[in-house]
Design a protein around this ligand. Structure first.
Ligand SMILES: [Zn+2]
Ligand SMILES: [Zn+2]
Length: 281
């Protein structure tokens, strides 16, 4: 039986087999049979063109994209040669208007899976630049924003990301709540529209345990969104979004209980962008 964690970032350490091995050792200790790495494309020079130009993102992407995608891929290949059960992916940003570059990069390398995540909201009449709303060091920006409008835009982008059919699963499907800002009132309508779009596109929605470690203190997605996904027939899987070895496989039993409560009995696995099902732990 496959037990996987397909949302793991190496970016806080050096790109070495020693650092990667610590994540793999933690996966083994947590009872996992596979670990999938999913770096952010904004770290890689080769991916710069899938983001808006410098001024439109206030120079942030340009500060970040200092690494080489080739060396990331080589590191994963080295890990495989060393006998580690590793899978390779990226956590792609969905930015409307930049789909073609994502599609080109998806076709250019041998990925096992593709995560589609929304971390940016586009400029509008009041705000002239893209907003990286999950940046905790700039959470004060939320005080200047219309929270409900941000949620509406976010869930529309989730639907659009699904509709591109570029991705295997949607990352942390309600990460818009990360800083703890929530609109008053019921979100059922937004949840259902997003879930139905994911179902139509045949894309999965991950359960991401990192939410429990963030200011919001709640797993992604919220139980209401997970139930909407289940009703619509959207498959799921459980991931940690670990950025340090200790977080690999973290809180998976708690997440599995939530999945079961929502009606799930199986989770998805991936290899070479092909999906399979395995029983929920
Ligand atoms: Zn993310
Ligand atoms: Zn992530």
């Amino acid at each position: 039986m496959v037990r996987s964690d397909y949302h793991v970032h190496l970016e806080r350490g050096p790109w070495t087999l020693e650092w990667l091995g610590r994540f793999a050792a933690q996966a083994r200790a947590a009872g996992l049979t596979e670990i999938g790495f999913s770096e952010h494309p904004h770290r890689f020079r080769e991916c710069r063109k899938m983001y808006p130009p410098r001024d439109a993102v206030e120079g942030w992407v340009d500060q970040q994209c200092t690494e080489s995608l080739e060396s990331y891929i080589r590191l994963i290949e080295d890990a495989r040669r060393a006998g580690l059960p590793v899978k390779i992916g990226l956590e792609w940003d969905y930015l409307p208007g930049y789909e073609a570059e994502v599609e080109r990069l998806l076709g250019a390398y041998p990925w096992d899976f593709a995560i589609g995540s929304v971390h940016w909201l586009p400029p509008d009449d009041r705000n002239g630049v893209w907003w990286g709303f999950d940046n905790l060091s700039r959470a004060d920006e939320w005080e200047r924003r219309d929270v409900l409008a941000a949620y509406r835009r976010y869930f529309l982008l989730i639907a659009q990301a699904a509709e591109t059919r570029l991705f295997d699963f949607i990352g942390h499907p309600d990460v818009i709540k990360v800083c703890g800002y929530r609109p008053a009132g019921d979100l059922t309508e937004l949840y259902e529209a997003a879930a139905e779009a994911m179902a139509r596109a045949g894309v999965c929605a991950e359960i991401n345990t990192a939410g429990w470690r963030k200011p919001v203190g709640e797993v992604y997605p919220a139980p209401g969104l997970l139930r909407a996904c289940r009703r619509a027939g959207v498959p799921t899987l459980i991931n940690s979004d670990a950025h340090v070895p200790e977080d690999v496989g973290r809180d998976f039993a708690r997440a599995a209980a939530i999945a079961r409560e929502a009606g799930y009995a199986e989770v998805t696995t991936f290899a070479g962008r092909a999906r399979a099902m395995t029983p929920l732990a």
